[in-house]
Design a protein around this ligand. Structure first.
Ligand code: IMP
Length: 197
């Protein structure tokens, strides 16, 4: 079965492919099937935004589509950057600029508690949907560490492992991450869905 991933993000694709391929699900990027759907993420929750993206790509491609909407929510910043994680600080910032801004905004914070959330939405051409969520608690490091992964990975610290996401191998990250957890839930729901057909 082939799913189109409603994203241009190769890192997300790699993480999703490595987990879902084990179950015979092939995930391709929009660009691989000649598609570039520009969707405005107008939802106020990760779940809403994931479904907005998946629906737009399903409608444009006629294929089952899957989307992940994710971000980091920081307690001391009242949940920011949250659904605005990709746009934090404006369009001129890159990944490094965004995590530097986050560190800057955390100066003097009383707590460094944070969590990553991933909401996965999948929609089939017949309108059926599957949704899944995964959360990974952690803290915001005082300085970046590690060079793996993407986005806020160098500053997202896992106290139990004493490492940031960026210091984990892709397999280690998938075992504990918000996306890994959401994909595990998604995988179970997809199996159930396919069994009933
Ligand atoms: P989205 O593409 O709108 O879901 O944006 C998600 C944003 O959240 C990304 O651009 C990253 O900045 C951040 N993000 C999501 N997942 C991760 C992750 O696994 N590691 C680091 N940053 C992430």
């Amino acid at each position: 079965m082939k799913f189109v991933l409603a994203s241009q993000n190769k890192h997300k694709l790699a993480e999703m492919q490595s987990i879902l391929s084990a179950h015979g699900v092939e995930v391709v990027l929009e660009s691989e099937i000649g598609l570039h759907v520009d969707v405005e993420e107008t939802g106020s929750t990760f779940a809403e935004n994931a479904m907005i993206k998946a629906r737009a790509v399903m409608e444009a491609s006629g294929l089952p589509a899957i989307a992940d909407d994710s971000g980091v929510c920081v307690d001391a910043l009242n949940g920011a950057p949250g659904v605005y994680s990709a746009r934090y600080g404006g369009p001129e910032l890159d990944d490094v600029g965004r995590y530097r801004l986050l560190l800057e905004n955390m100066r003097g914070a009383k707590t460094r508690a944070a969590h990553f959330t991933s909401c996965i939405a999948c929609i089939f051409p017949n309108g059926d949907t599957i949704e899944a969520e995964g959360i990974c608690p952690g803290t915001i490091a005082f300085a970046p560490q590690g060079d793996g992964g993407f986005g806020y990975d160098p500053v997202f610290f896992l106290p139990e492992l004493r490492k940031t996401y960026a210091q984990l191998t892709p397999e280690e990250k998938a075992a504990v991450s918000h996306r890994g957890k959401a994909l595990a839930v998604f995988d179970g729901k997809l199996r159930e869905y396919l069994k009933e057909r």
